[in-house]
Design a protein around this ligand. Sequence first.
Ligand code: B1M
Length: 211
Amino acid sequence: MSDTHPLSVAIIAGKRKEIPELVQACLDAAESPQSIVENRLVPAMAVVGERFKNNEIFVPEMLIAARAMKEALKVLEPMLVEAGIKPEFNAVIGTVEGDLHDIGKNLIAMMWKGANIDVIDLGVNVAPADFVAAIRQHNAKLVGLSALLTTTMPAMRDTVKAIREAGLTAKIMIGGAPITYEFAMEIGADGYAADAGSAADAAMSLLRASA
Ligand code: B1M
């Protein structure tokens, strides 16, 4: 990928209205929805992040790019989440307390739904107690925690601790840009996925191991 593809350029510039047509053009050119996410959308957001880090753009531009990205995902979601048979497993997912980033978390939720998991999405800025309550309420077999900020990694640790202390047996999978496998093991999570591509397989291995 490059940041010169029209769809990537439009995401970076936050040209929301142009997005559906550009996504459709990729589909018409026989690009798969997964490839559009991996090769057009995610790298575009990486460029946005890089520009933000270098003070070339600021939060409003980052937000506008995020909205454009969501527009693209809206078009792709039905293709990523093909209607399956009755889900065999369920899961709760959310972005941890203090963290408002939801694009990556939404993508993971889509991939899980695509793997025929019934996903309850708690949204962003989810307190540990709310994860615990939702796992209990839905008797969830899997919980996914997302964090995009180094400053919210401690909230992830607190959430894992709260789930364990509540005696819940749900498998815990974590991920997000600053998260590593080592961190996952250190805080006592059961699994980690680096990206949307590996998230469904990782979730299914955890669920099958616990079934
Ligand atoms: Co924010 N932001 N942001 N931001 N933002 C980052 C994360 C940052 C790296 C940018 C930078 O400096 N280069 C930086 C964090 C630095 C750090 O902590 N080391 C940062 C910052 C600093 C901030 C603010 C503090 C800025 C400020 O206000 N001064 C602020 C914090 C707000 C808060 O959360 N409390 C802030 C705000 C925002 C916006 C609201 C403007 C917007 C978010 C909008 C939204 O999500 N609705 C935003 C955005 C868009 C970004 C960047 C540019 C893009 C994030 C994104 O959507 N990427 C980001 C830079 C970057 O990531 N390069 C940045 C695309 C997405 C598909 O990838 O989310 O990584 P990602 O998800 C991936 C994997 O991480 C993984 O799979 C996903 C798909 O492949 N994954 C999981 C994610 N969750 C997973 C869970 C799993 C498994 C895998 O299991 C459950």
